[in-house]
Structures are given as structure tokens and as C-alpha cells.
Design a protein around this ligand. Sequence first.
Ligand code: ATP
Ligand code: MG
Length: 586
Amino acid sequence: MRSAIIEKTAKDLPVAPNWPDSAFAEARFTWQAAASALSGLPGGGLNLAHEAVDRHAAGPRAQHPALRFLERNGSRRELSYLQLSRQTNRFANVLKQLGVAPGERLFVLCNRGLELYLGVLGGLKNGCVVSPLFSAFGPEPLETRLRLGECSVLLTSEALYRKKVAGLRDKLPLLKHVLLYDETGGHARLDGTLDLGDLLAAASEDFAIAATTADTPSLLHFTSGTTGTPKGALHVHGAALTHYITGKYALDLHPDDIYWCSADPGWVTGTSYGILAPLLLGVTSVVDCGDFDAERWYGILEKERITVWYTAPTAIRMLMKAGPELARRHFHPQLRFVASVGEPLNPEAVWWGKEVLGLPIHDNWWQTETGGIMIANIPVMPIKPGSMGKPLPGVEAAIVQHGEDGSLTLLDDEQVGELALKQPWPGMFRTYLGQEERYRRCFVGDWYLSGDLARRDADGYYWFIGRSDDVIKSAGHLIGPFEVESTLMEHSAVAEAAVIGKPDPLLGETVKAFVSLKRGREASEALHDELIGHARKRLGAAVAPKELEFLASLPRTRSGKLMRRLLKARELGLPEGDTSTLENPL
Ligand code: ATP
Ligand code: MG
């Protein structure tokens, strides 16, 4: 029987959780005290790569596997912390010998594989500001980001370079060095580029890390572009503490975990939690170099004996589509914690986890800007399916109303308003590149305004309502698309749903739903009426969609987020705006 709450206590968990109880809003945590978990650079200062790799390489975890690559050809390759330390030192030496100074921008355009890790971690060791990019981007989005980010060094594969970057070289006058590798293991010899293999072979395994501090810029991440043109959020080395603490409490990483983050490194989750957090905690991280395939993914959970898995609603949706039989053919008793981020996680998906995987999915919330997880369902907490959870230790969240006059009111439980976070915290972004004014507008007094609408219930759980741009105002009601979409997804025919507001002279806006169907289900007038009837029964006529259209699939960003603004623009015949992050652009 499905209930409104999935009860849990520490006693139900297979290992003692890092955070022992669900009362974490209390003052038992300070960032200052937490900072003692990091070692700092030998001469003072802080460097993300030192904390993630070298401090383990110099201690008892030196021989512990840091990374386990599942290569596209089916082979596996493991690297210990010591090996990773030496290899990233080589890459840092390559940069140094080329005269790349701390602060210069290194862009990493790589498929998942060793080079990606060498680039990000070696770049951080040399003091570069590193920006990982989606390897699936076409030339245009690449050019925009490389130019805005003032890229001076690019690490990429020969194939990606030929296809996407070679034609842009004239437009990138600041790009001094292109380091190429051949994904099949050969040499990459192309005019105007350097062969990474040659350079690494000649470089030393010893490197003295650049003198970075907690305030030195470290990573440049572009937002997903769900609501408009992607913004370049600049982060600092001090984010190491946020990654460490959230890896420890929100993902509950323990030293012997085998962890898998299935997010692409082209967006912030793939870097913060696919590269840095697991290494900061000294665990073994599985890196799947292949593409999504439901059967193979279940096989990874089983064969690699994954204990903690961090994924996204879009991947869960694809697994749900593949059907429960496939899941039940795989056995993964060691899997103890599954978390998801990036989009609202429909209650349906939380329950699917419990019923099909044997574990409920734990939703958590954060943004490119926050640098790390802020609100989460941690292992010890009862889950309220559909809620993002509670603010983590060290995070003070509030629901606020921001007046035109610059005033800010903190709202009570159950009131809908903008989700805000008390600043500062160690992982927060330090600017939007080239948009200082826009950055400043995100802050009012002590608070950072997220642009997301939410409410908090009397138990302190936060519920996502929608992005402020997506929320619908109809006949005086504030309608969050997520609630309507979740209700439509409860219907057995519906695979995906997206809801927008359409201008209406009488009501302000009316609700229109777009729906894609599960395999084997056909669109028909009868199903159309049935879905509208289902939504009316659950939500009431004022909130249920007035119109409903079937689509083969819904437009999503490459990180799997629904682009409601695109559906709206298409519906209203308006310009589509920035579609650089659209998946499978038509
Ligand atoms: P852009 O800012 O360019 O429009 P984006 O906001 O999608 O893109 P990200 O920083 O990758 O870029 O995504 C953060 C956003 O994703 C959050 O502000 C929120 O709207 C959404 N999000 C993330 N996690 C959750 C979650 N658990 N539940 C609901 N929404 C989430
Ligand atoms: Mg955003």
C-alpha cells in the first residue's frame, strides 16, 4: 500500500548513517568545525585536487581504488589514489611546461574517460579555472562558451576536435593550446594541436600544486539553459568543503562504498558528484564510459556491486519505461542508497524505486549556483514522496517573498514563495561571468534567491512548486506545473507530462498539458478525455488542464530537464530563444 510517508529510522539501515538522526536543522554543525576534515596545502591554502587526490595518495588510502572505468569496449580499468595522483601531476606539469599560468582557463571537452579526470584534476593542480563541457554540444554552443569563458587551453579528443572545434579556431584568438588525444589509444597529430600522449610521457610525476586558497577561482560551470541563455557560474576551491560535507551526509558515502554517479560531466552534477565528492571522501567511483542502456545499467548495479547510486529523474524515467521485468532480472543486494537530482522527482518515481529496485529514490535539490546539494532526503529521514527533503546541516533555507521595493519577507509554513538560502556557504558561486549585475540581483540582504518557488510543511520538508518562470496563474490560483504533471503521470498510460500556462483573457492563464505515452499505448480522443477526467478528479477543475496534447517526446535539455519555455513558445508562436542545450534539436 502506498502511503503519504515512507517511514525509516537508523535501525532499518544496513550501515550506520553518517548523520545519525533527522533533526539536522539544529546547531550541531558549523562550517568552521567541519573544515578540519580537509587537510589544506602543505604550505597553507586550499586546493580541490589536493584534497580529492593527493592527501589520500599520501596516506593509508594510497592503494585504494579511486576510479574504476568501464570502457566502451567492455574492459575495466582501475586506478588507485596514488596512480591518479601521479597521472594528474603529469598533466599539471604539461600545462606548466607550456607556460599556462594559474588563473588561465582550461576547457575540457571529453567523453567520460581517464583524460576527463586528468584534465579537471590536473588543471586544478596547476591553478587553472577548469570548465568541463558536454561532448555532445555542437560547434555553436561550444563557440559561445569558449569565447565567453576566454578559453586559453582546450583538452579534447581528436574526433571531437575534427568535428566540432577545428572550424572555430579563427574565431578563438585567445585559444593558445589544444591538447588532443586519440580515444582508440593511438597518437593525435593534427596541425595546430599537441599530442597529449607525447606530452604526458615526457612529463614528471612530481608536481608542486599552485598556491591556491579557498577564495581562488576553480571551476566554471554553465547552467543548463532551461529558462534561457546559459549563465557561466564561477566557483572557488573552497567548494571542496561543500562537496565533502554533502558527499558525507546527503550521499552518505562511507570509506568502502562503490559509488556510481551517472550524470554527464558536462553539467555540474557530473563534476561535483561524478568527479570531486567521491574522491574527497576517498571512495571508489565507477565511471561508465558508455551511453544509457537500461539492461546494461542494471548490469552495472549488479556486477560492479554498486552501493550508492546518484542519478537523475530523466534516467529513472527511462528505466521505468523499460519495464519492471528487466529490473527484476538483476540482483543487487549491496545497493543501499539511491539519490536523484536535477528536476522534480515525481512520487511515482520514488515508489517505483521502492517497489522495483527495492529502495525508494531520495530526491535532493541544488543548482549550478549553489555548488553542492542544499536540500536533501538523507538515509535516516522518513521520505515524503514528492518532497525534496530538508536543508542539510550548515544550510539555512527559507521561503521568501521579494517585494518590488527591495524588501524581503520570510513566509510561514505552507505558504508558497521563492526558495532562498542564507549566504555565505563555502560552495556558493562567486559571479556570473560577464554578468556582474545579474549576479548581484540574486542577493537581497543575507539571502540568495534561487528563482525556484517552493513551500515548507510543518515538519520542515520542502516541496518544489516550479521555477518562477513556469508557474501558472489561473483565476487567482497559483498552479505549480510539477503537481499537475505528477498527477498525470500517475495514469498508467502516461510516460511523461509537461504543463504550461496559456494566456486567457478571462482567467489570466489556462493550463495546457503535453503528454507522451508509454510504449504500447496509443493516443485517442477517448484517452484524451480520460486523462483530463483523471486530472480533474484528483486536482479539481480549477487546477486540472483544460487542454491536452499528445507528443511523441517532450523537449529536454541535455541534462534531462523539461524545457517548458520551448513548449510555450511553440504553442504561442513566439521565438524559441536559446536552444543550445536542447537534446536532439530538430
Ligand atoms: P538555467 O538556470 O540556465 O535556466 P537550470 O536552472 O536548469 O538552467 P541547473 O543549475 O543545472 O540549471 O539546474 C538547477 C535547477 O534545476 C533548480 O533551480 C531547479 O529548478 C531544478 N532542480 C534541481 N533539482 C531539483 C529537484 N530535486 N526538484 C525540483 N527541481 C530541481
Ligand atoms: Mg537556473
